[in-house]
Write a protein that binds this ligand. Structure first.
Ligand code: ACO
Length: 426
């Protein structure tokens, strides 16, 4: 730890510097306002560290992503989503018996209270499943009102299991409701992803066989989405949690943040965009030109990232997985060709090169979800299921670190004091 000197209005102020385990440097500005009257101004938190964290490391310039030190490439290849969930929420890889116990708990807690099911009927048939997911997730808290103290480790532990086990059930029910189909109960004989697939695509009248390739591909997708340090939804979860709101309420808020098209909602928008381009005769040039034109407000969805100014490592893995999965499932999707051409064109385009805009995780995830039979309006829900262990881990860490309630400051630019004008004189 060192110090840095700032000169403000003729006064020198010494601030401590902080260094992370991967050499990232920060300036601790906590004393700044008290000693100088100044605050830092950083809309969108482009250059603001909100916490110290042991969970996920990203180097956006080099395209590195690691959960608890383990490279995403190794986890995607060798681990499973339940193991990654344990790793993120418990901080270490499980032993064999810990993994079995965790899997057992996730299976045993996957049912939701029968009364909760009635809530699904309150939504209109075309309700977006993200709205249902967030609402029902928050409503889940009402069933555990005497057990959601964020400072009680036992309660946090059981609620972590409840969240991980029940959110796939809620997600699948929201889909079944939108399709006008009967809910399918979670099947305890299946894996986490197998259970989810059966709840989504099974019928009460038929046996459901889980396709191993689909199960594996879904598992990989969830691993790739499991955490991404202080993004918009995670920051939301931490901020809501900093008021000591319960886990269910904090995650519900994170789901809402993820829904936006500039964040998790981008995977749905990518597919819609690729489809529009395809319907328009695969005219890639037209849409690249549109992306250049600021007055059009059109952006190439699935391109660009606040942190990655290089290839998003998840997009790299998914681009390759896309080929394999589509081949295995014998899916011939013309939108994959549009995606490939668009990627190639954008990567050699000066506008995109100068701004370091590369494909992000959402660029290929939608095509794989589509090949797996997941409907477009469920894409962001799948993202939420994947991100869940990350949100929980970050919420737990924030509570454990005793993070003060999130409360940024502002620079006020409105009118100075003025007298109230009675209606008759306006
Ligand atoms: N298409 C065209 N131009 C773009 C794009 C894009 N997808 N992304 C950024 N730009 C341009 C901006 O217009 C801006 O240009 P300018 O310097 O001439 O004004 C420049 O690149 C920088 O863009 P910002 O919006 O300032 O970058 P920021 O880091 O704030 O935004 C974001 C990142 C929101 C992801 C942005 O790249 C975007 O909107 N991408 C499309 C949506 C998307 O794919 N979101 C998913 C993100 S990944 C995730 O959430 C999992």
């Amino acid at each position: 730890m060192g110090t840095a000197t700032i000169n403000l209005d003729g006064n020198a102020l010494e601030l401590e510097t902080v260094e992370g385990s991967e050499g990232e440097k920060a300036l601790d500005i906590k004393p700044l306002r008290k000693q100088t009257g100044y605050i830092t101004l950083d809309p969108g938190y482009l250059n603001t560290g909100s916490c110290k964290s042991d969970i996920t490391f990203i180097n956006g310039e080099k395209g590195i992503l690691r959960y608890r030190g383990y490279p995403i490439e190794q986890l995607a290849e060798q681990s499973s989503f339940s193991e990654v969930s344990y790793l993120l929420t418990e901080g270490k890889l499980p032993t064999k018996s810990e993994a079995e116990e965790f899997e057992h708990l996730l299976t045993r807690h996957s049912l939701v209270h029968e009364d909760l099911k009635r809530m699904f009927q309150a939504f209109p048939p075309n309700a977006h499943p993200m709205a249902i997911l967030s609402s029902v997730c928050c409503a889940l808290s009402t069933f555990y009102q005497d057990q959601y103290d964020p400072l009680n480790p036992e309660q946090v532990k059981i609620n972590t299991i409840r969240m991980l086990a029940k959110l796939p059930t809620i997600a699948a029910y929201s889909y079944k409701q939108s399709m006008g189909q009967a809910f399918i109960y979670p099947d305890n004989k299946l894996s986490y992803c197998g259970r989810l697939l059966k709840m989504l695509f099974g019928y009460r009248t038929e046996q459901y066989e889980v396709d191993e390739d689909v199960e594996k591909a879904l598992d990989k997708l969830l691993i790739l989405h499991a955490d991404h340090e202080q993004n918009c939804s995670t920051t939301t979860v931490r901020i809501v949690g900093s008021s000591q709101a319960n886990l269910f309420a904090s995650i519900s808020a994170g789901i809402c943040a993820l829904w936006g098209p500039l964040h998790g909602g981008a995977n749905q928008k990518v597919l819609e965009m690729l489809d529009t381009i395809h319907q328009d005769g695969d005219d890639i040039d037209k849409y690249v030109a549109l992306a250049h034109d600021k007055s059009s407000n059109f952006r190439l969805m699935g391109f660009g990232h606040r942190v990655y100014k290089n290839f998003d490592p998840r997009a790299k893995i998914l681009g390759e997985a896309c080929e394999t999965v589509l081949k295995k499932l014998k899916v011939n999707d013309p939108l994959l060709n549009v995606a490939r051409k668009l990627e190639e064109r954008a990567l050699s385009d000066d506008y995109f090169k100068q701004r370091n805009l590369y494909p992000n995780v959402d660029f290929y995830s939608g095509i794989i979800y589509r090949a797996l039979g997941i409907p477009t309006n469920m894409f962001t829900v799948m993202f939420a299921l994947g991100r869940l262990p990350g949100w929980i881990a970050q919420w737990k860490e924030s509570s454990a670190h005793g993070t003060p309630i999130g409360r940024p400051r502002q620079v006020y630019t409105g009118p100075n004091t003025r007298d109230y004008v009675p209606m008759a004189k306006r």
